[in-house]
Design a protein around this ligand. Structure first.
Ligand SMILES: Nc1ncnc2c1ncn2[C@@H]1O[C@H](COP(=O)(O)OP(=O)(O)OP(=O)(O)O)[C@@H](O)[C@H]1O
Length: 254
């Protein structure tokens, strides 16, 4: 762990019932970087993401072994409150999943439940700030009372990012955030990831190799629940150390 490290994963294994999904994974998530998780379907990328903010807690039969830390503190310690943890380690899912409420309410919700707003004016200011950071404010400022589901898919995904940003997370997990979007929506999200880098540690699962190369500084390649290779994105894509990584990134399998 270095001074720039936000989260560490040490020797982490995850099972669903008797079935192993991740085996002895160790890696660091740095404060000012985007890390991309890549690998063939079923290799455990989403499982790792869900392990980082304890979303697997609610999956019956899921078991986690090993150490995950946030700022040096054990995420699985009995004293850790998973709800507070998920505000610090926010998640954006594959398909945009806004609540069936207004645009404003989607962003205000987390601020309310975590008691982070001091009155209406402060709430409005924080909603505006989160929407601005998510690159959506200009498009929605005149329609904050409209249903979130009236937005386009790409706008809904940026709204979900605003919802995660509103509670001032330190880490943002993104599980294939562009898979339901068209090329323009995808480009907007990629641009946004670039804008957010430095302010948050970002961990993104993607099936799109070009996307991993464009948005991340570090890449981790998984296969069958194991971390095969982990390093600087520029190195991993141009000069992979492992044959399996080379085969995957050149499209020979996966
Ligand atoms: N809730 C669950 N119950 C049982 N098995 C699960 C569950 N979630 C995932 N798995 C299994 O764990 C393994 C890893 O799944 P995971 O979703 O983490 O892979 P992934 O790399 O994210 O795949 P994809 O790219 O297809 O989303 C797979 O074999 C999957 O079938």
């Amino acid at each position: 762990m270095t001074a720039g490290t936000k989260m560490t994963v040490r020797d982490v294994s995850v099972w669903y019932g008797a079935k192993p999904a991740l085996s002895n994974v160790s890696l660091d998530i740095e404060r000012e970087e985007v890390i991309a998780l890549i690998g063939p379907s079923g290799c455990g990328k989403s499982t790792l993401l869900r392990t980082l903010n304890r979303l697997n807690d609610s999956v019956a039969g899921a078991r986690v072994q090993g150490l995950v830390t946030l700022d040096g503190e054990d995420v699985y310690a009995p004293a850790t409150d998973p709800v507070a943890l998920r505000a610090r380690v926010g998640m954006v899912f594959q398909a945009p999943n806004p609540f069936p409420k207004t645009i404003r309410e989607n962003v205000a919700y987390g601020l309310r439940i975590h008691g982070l707003a001091r009155g209406r004016a402060d709430l409005d200011a924080q909603v505006e700030r989160a929407l601005t950071r998510a690159g959506l404010w200009a498009e929605v400022r005149d329609r904050l009372g409209d249903p979130a589901l009236s937005l386009s898919g790409g706008q809904q995904q940026r709204l979900c990012i605003a919802r995660a940003l509103a509670v001032e997370p330190e880490v943002i997990l993104m599980d294939e955030p562009c898979s339901a979007l068209d090329p323009i929506g995808t480009a907007r999200i990629e641009e946004l990831i670039g804008d957010l880098r430095g302010r948050y540690a970002i961990c993104i699962v993607t099936h799109n190799m070009q996307q991993a190369a464009r948005v991340s500084q570090r890449t981790a390649f998984f296969d069958a629940g194991r971390l095969i290779e982990y390093g600087a994105t520029s190195e991993l894509f141009t000069n992979p150390r492992e044959t399996r990584t080379r085969d995957y990134i050149t499209g020979r399998y996966g």
